[in-house]
Write a protein of this length. Structure first.
Length: 129
């Protein structure tokens, strides 16, 4: 897929600076980003990256970026179920949210971790994996 075929759903300010990609900004935490991915998949957008990619749990990092196709097609019920399950799992994790009083540098580290996961997914797409 080419950059112009992708849409990044994100709440991460670092990701919003990627100029080659269209962004769907979510003003909220991880579960709100997954909810928006669910809504777009329900509208027929193809899920490109897993909503819970990586080993960082939603209660440990509020920043999340998910790739979907820019244009809708047919709804994939199995993928919709998968995203719904991810949303429920994120909600479970958020019940045990770790409230951290972090300095700005730490928030930037969390943003960078999410950005790194996204860039890895984009690289895999470009390499055809």
């Amino acid at each position: 897929m080419q950059p112009e075929e992708l849409l990044i759903i994100t709440n991460n300010p670092m990701v919003s600076k990627l100029a080659d990609y269209e962004h769907y900004w979510v003003d909220g935490e991880c579960k709100e980003v997954i909810m928006q991915a669910y809504n777009l998949v329900a509208a027929g957008h193809q899920l490109i990256s897993h909503p819970l990619a990586g080993s960082i749990k939603p209660n440990q990092n509020s920043y999340k970026s998910i790739l979907v196709s820019k244009l809708p097609d047919e709804v994939d019920i199995e993928v919709l179920k998968l995203v719904g399950n991810c949303l429920r799992k994120a909600e479970e994790f958020m019940e045990n949210k770790i409230h951290l009083d972090l300095k700005a540098a730490y928030w930037q580290d969390l943003q960078l971790m999410d950005l790194d996961l996204l860039l890895s997914a984009l690289q895999s797409i470009q390499e055809g994996r």
